[in-house]
Design a protein around this ligand. Sequence first.
Ligand code: BES
Ligand code: ZN
Length: 640
Amino acid sequence: MRLLTAAVLMGALALAACHPRSGAGQAADNPVAPILTTADAVDDQSFARPLEARVTHLALDLDVDFDTKRIGGTATLDIQRRPDAKTIVLDDNGLQIDAITDQHRRALPFKVGAARPEMGSPLVIALRPDTSRIIVTYKSAPNAGALLWLTPQQTVGKKAPFLFSQGEAIENRSWIPTQDSPGIRQSWEATIHVPAGMTVVMSAPRPEQPITEGGEGVFNFRMDHPVASYMIAIAVGDLAFRPLGPRTGVWAEPATLPAAAAEFSDTEKMVSAAEALYGPYRWGRYDVLVLPPSFPFGGMENPNMTFLTPTVIAGDKSLVNVVAHELAHSWSGNLATNATWNDGWLNEGMATYAERRIVEALYGKKQADEQIALGIDTLNKAVADAAAGGGNATRLHTDPKLKDSDQSGEIAYEKGSAFLRTIEAIVGRPAFDAWLKGYFDRHAFQPVTSAMFLADIRQHLVKGDTSLEAKLMLDRWVYQPGIPPNMVRPPADTFAEQDKAARAFAAGNAVPEDWAGWTTDERLRFLTRLPRKLPARSLDALQTAFKLNQARNSEVRFAWLDTAVANHYDAAIPSLQQFLTEQGRGKFVMPLFQALAKDSSWGEPIARRIYPLARPLYHPVVTRVLDPLFVAKPTEKGAK
Ligand code: BES
Ligand code: ZN
């Protein structure tokens, strides 16, 4: 721990010593967040070399052009540098760079280096001895990986076009020239120009009312806290707002707003519950934005403005754990941020743990236990899937040098949250809660690594208690594959009724009588505990009893369609087509298309027919995964 602290301090001092803060726009009460200097904090997914020169503040002045599908203008970067630094390296993925100058408008030579797959290219800018600010004049490419441009027809209201961004993990370099690494924090501000009548929201407070000027709308945003670049987000469209509480509210297309406001009416209570657990909410307002159905995730924790898929609007609040999860990131992730994506569990596992604590506070222990139990099912499946690769993909701290180490998302979420629940059970809730709250305070607005997490828990919770240390198995949880033997589980009878019903159905097609009284989580347990192979008459019985082809709940609909595809159930094809073409959430559309594409006799022709219809709605993070499934095979007729 001592060593680590010393290394951090040295890194910060090396930069700060000779360089007074340059940023006129920088908030006085927020010191520049340090760059970690340990080997495990080196981000191999960014080209930046922050110990030589780093961005401390970013000011964007951008036009949004729906005709050319480009965002363009200037990015003004305040930097800190070692006195002898000759260059600063930014991340760039496909930007059109028109000019780069220093604070005196003198041109700075620059070079876009060779691209690496998925990472983009280094943008290397020569520094003059006195350069403290850099102004980049640029445009994003029409196919920028962070951005989705929707036609009016692809929105719910069908009146205006729509644009939104998705930054995590390394997409923002396709529209913002900065250092795109979660270990490098910067405050930021933006002035955004859009066609008159359109509304802009971003992941920061809006210090002034928007104005309309010369046929365009001008919106200002300002984030005084230093944040990682992936937390910068924008959405532009026909958007309306409704307050939910004194510091919470919902933005959505006008047609979606009433249902969204009803679904998320507990948001203010969630913020209070989270504060009771983890200390004051430090970001000011907490608003949620419901995007058009193309949004590729369930939710994204953009500061001040969680982005949400409309597929969580079930009509009965049964999927609002997604809001609890994104809100939890206001502590885990947005306050204390993984320094590299190899420690993604520090963001996601902690958020998943805290999500279920918030659910427990609002909706009770039974509902939280059910969601924990479904999480254990997900974890078991992820561990089984990773077995072929020797389990390397099941380590919480991922080591990209190991073979087959690519972590499936579920491990970070579910092994990470199971780890925290296990610690909680061993030390007791009061001690654990006090520690976790302290951890967020001690690392607020700073990057963290697994090693720092472990050092903090040893210093503040274990405190040298060797028998406690042995019980916790901390290193085994973080650095070894698989599930340690001390994992705690929710009560064994959590889904007793559903498991019994699934067995009864498997034995003789008896459909559960209590279905109507079951919660969404209970329905999901039943559906996912059915035998994987079912005859058409069994699926007919379920469809007749519960109308699953018409299920409005997106999670239930997905679980059903997943079963239907596995069993070549023709009667589900229209429902499948509708589901795949009316929303673009990766968690739903990717596994369905992948299952179809793998199944050359039944599924592949269906997938090839539906994908061209669905694709225009999907965000680049989804099409990047699905397009390769559908490249024409050379043997096919007409293939080039
Ligand atoms: N931060 C994630 C989304 C994400 C992860 C984006 C990795 C890009 C890369 C977000 O907080 C999240 O986990 N969303 C989940 C919902 C949650 C309840 C598990 C989702 O999108 O399904
Ligand atoms: Zn998350």
